[in-house]
Design a protein around this ligand. Structure first.
Ligand code: ADP
Ligand code: MG
Length: 677
């Protein structure tokens, strides 16, 4: 392998490099500095400004170890303009030697006003002769790990810069159009910036050299995902003519008309299904916008053509809701879906598997149990995946290879900001429902401190006594499922005691499925007025009569999660209320989150702000495990670059396939799976 690290590097160093994600010489090239030190000039001590990193040179005229207020080494450094105090709280004998009276040194650090005058705390010191030359470039400071000194890292990076092939992997006409510096110039500049460079631009990563690196990274991401997309497009899939006898019948039977946005995405999906290559589409929209009915229509178009459909959801509760809803909708059309989940009794499971294998049912609904190896579809034509972010790319790949290449429709519960959709979902076509069904009354959100818990109890009681229903969402406890369960049980006990006049139910992740189903059914039927729940109700639960929700310890929840939860109410015509109970004092992040959720109802806006607050990780969920993550570019700040990279990737794959390969090879060498997927 041409880019392997030099054989001369010691084992111990290799393992430290590996810790930094450095496995080959190209990784060394991309190990870019965190910041820089300026050792290219000297400042006179008299001219030092507080708060600014500077380098001075002089002679040590005083050195002592003080013991109060704590043990420290205090030196005085003198040049011909003045005296600077140097202080070290931790120091080694070797440092003491270097800083002995009479020694000439250079000290680099942030000057500040000390008790005795200007001082530097823990400056970087090096011995200097009369004529030690100044550095010609800024000194990079690299992210490193314990036991790997900057100097060692620097040495290896410098030698990689000398012998790794850095020629450009962007086609010349495209670079010219973008006016980016070359790749080689960019990395060389970032590792070795000239003294007169715009240092702020370097730090903020807004220097053209940074743009070039970020662009190359984004381009590699786009190329790999678009390549994936194009490969799937070359596969053949069954074509589903839109006959309309089932879809038309469902549309007629529904108690509502599709919104304009639903109609639009339905047209897009319906068209995809008529094509001879597999659909690979992401359907997204805010909580409650009505994705399920669109999925049902897609299923019917496949069924009209005699093909099977698999509809998969990540949790039993959600999968079961889909099953019940689709059964209601489709049974009148003579279609009887099969239900398959991991927790079915063996006999029932085998029966379901048999119905699927024989083609006796054209619609199978369930959890990921649907995609276990013993399930063989008779004639699978379409895969519907709800809450796709809960499934990794791996699972998506597993769904293929089941004989015929099926069409795929992924659904997302959480709205995905545009830049995120454009980068991490570049292997999919995207349909967006940007409108809620009419007749929804916006949910009123209240932030209430835990000190006013009693008032909240009263409101819950009144709402339930007026015939409405409420959720009480238990606190999220990150570290421990056991604790979470315990809290749920305690909350349930307390609320039962607080509301002897109400029927209180409890649903949590550890409950057996039959119990879970019966609690949910009782809640749906209004036999239970107050449902105590863990976040298992986060996704998909649909009980229109429930118009109040209390979220306990809301400060612990993520924004998207709060938005999802709140989306469980406000589904009927009644005025709905969501109370976010919080514990004081609030951390700054928690305060920011609660403010956003209080001020916004639009899920896209919330997702955007969430991404700004916490980065894309949470929104991506499991997906990121198989998708090349971004190290340099930022989905919040580099939207413009993402857009250009997206367009250029398609152009490159079409017109410059060899260069595209070379670029991928350079950037994705460590991710061979993705490269060849
Ligand atoms: P989500 O997009 O969050 O999955 P659902 O598909 O669960 O939303 O739909 C939420 C609720 O809105 C369901 O009760 C559904 O039947 C209803 N619904 C869907 N489309 C419409 C519409 N066009 N008009 C009125 N109600 C609708
Ligand atoms: Mg849904």
């Amino acid at each position: 392998m041409p880019l392997a690290l030099p054989a001369t590097i010691q084992k111990a160093t290799l393992s430290k490099l590996a810790k930094l994600g450095i496995h080959n010489r190209f990784d060394l090239i991309l190990h870019l500095p965190l910041r820089y030190e300026d050792e290219t000039q000297l400042v006179r001590i008299d001219d030092l400004l507080p708060g600014i990193d500077s380098q001075v040179e002089g002679e040590i005229i005083h050195a002592e170890v003080a013991f109060r207020p704590r043990r420290s080494l205090i030196c005085q450094l003198k040049d011909d303009s003045g005296i600077l105090f140097l202080r070290f709280l931790n120091f080694y004998p070797s440092q003491q030697k270097q800083l002995a009276i009479g020694k000439r040194i250079r000290a680099l650090g942030e000057a500040r006003e000390g008790y005795f005058g200007m001082e530097m705390v823990h400056p970087k010191c090096r011995s200097a002769g009369e004529n030690t030359p100044l550095k010609q470039a800024l000194t990079p400071v690299y992210p490193t790990t314990a036991g790997l000194p900057q100097a060692t890292l620097s040495k290896h990076i410098r030698s990689a810069l000398n012998d790794v092939e850095l020629s450009d992997t962007l086609p010349a006409p495209l670079i010219a159009r973008l006016k980016f510096p070359s790749f080689a110039d960019s990395v060389k500049l970032l590792h070795n910036p000239p003294p007169d460079i715009d240092a702020a631009a370097l730090l903020q990563r807004s220097h053209p050299a940074w743009y070039r690196i970020k662009f190359d990274e984004l381009l590699a991401q786009q190329l790999s995902m678009r390549l994936h997309y194009r490969k799937r497009r070359k596969l053949s899939a069954p074509q589903f003519t839109s006959h309309g006898h089932y879809t038309g019948a469902l549309l007629k039977a529904l108690p509502f008309a599709l919104t304009g946005a639903q109609q639009k995405v339905w047209r897009e999906i319906s068209h995809d299904l008529t094509q001879a290559h597999p659909m690979q589409r992401l359907l997204q929209g805010d909580v409650g916008c009505g994705k399920t009915v669109v999925a049902a229509l897609a299923a019917l178009q496949a069924i009209e053509n005699g093909y099977q459909v698999a509809f998969m959801a990540p949790t039993e509760i959600l999968a079961e809701q889909h099953f019940l809803k689709l059964r209601d909708w489709l049974e009148p059309l003579g279609i009887s879906p099969a239900w398959l989940s991991g927790s079915l009794k063996k006999k029932d499971k085998l029966a379901a598997i048999e119905r699927i294998a024989s083609g006796d049912t054209l619609l199978a609904i369930g959890t990921h149990a649907l995609f276990q190896s013993q399930v063989e579809f008779h004639k699978l034509g379409l895969v519907l995946v709800d809450e796709q972010h809960k499934f990794g790319v791996q699972q998506r790949l597993a769904m293929r290879g089941k004989g015929v290449e099926p069409h795929q429709l992924m659904m997302s519960a959480t709205p995905i900001p545009r830049t995120l959709a454009m980068s991490y979902f570049a292997d999919l076509d995207v349909s967006v429902i940007n409108e809620l069904p009419p007749g929804r009354t916006p949910v009123v959100t209240k932030l209430v401190s835990d000190a006013r818990r009693d008032e909240v109890f009263e409101r819950v009681r009144n709402a339930c006594l007026e015939g409405r229903q409420a959720y009480w969402v238990c606190p999220l406890i990150d570290e421990s499922e056991t604790l979470q369960l315990q809290t749920a049980l305690e909350t349930y006990a307390t609320l039962k005691e607080t509301f002897p006049d109400l029927n209180v139910g409890l649903v949590h992740g550890k409950l057996g499925n039959a119990d879970k189903a019966s609690v949910m059914a009782a809640f749906k039927a209004n036999e239970v007025q107050l449902l105590v729940a863990t976040t298992v109700i986060e996704v998909g639960v649909d009980v229109p009569n429930a118009s109040m929700m209390v979220i306990d310890h809301a400060e612990r929840m993520g924004l998207s999660q709060l938005h999802q939860l709140r989306g469980r109410v406000g589904r009927g015509a009644a005025h709905s209320l969501c109370v976010l109970l919080f514990q004081t004092p609030l951390s700054e992040l928690a305060r920011a989150r609660l403010k956003i959720i209080f001020e916004n109802t639009d899920g896209f806006e919330i997702a955007q702000q969430d991404m700004q607050l916490r980065g894309p990780g949470e929104l991506l969920g499991a997906r990121q495990s198989g998708v090349p993550m971004l190290r340099f570019a930022d989905v919040n700040e580099d939207a413009a670059l993402i857009e250009i990279a997206r367009n250029m990737a398609d152009e490159m794959l079409r017109d410059f396939p060899d260069t595209a390969r070379a670029h991928l090879q350079r950037w994705m060498a460590n991710k061979p799976d993705y490269l060849h997927a």
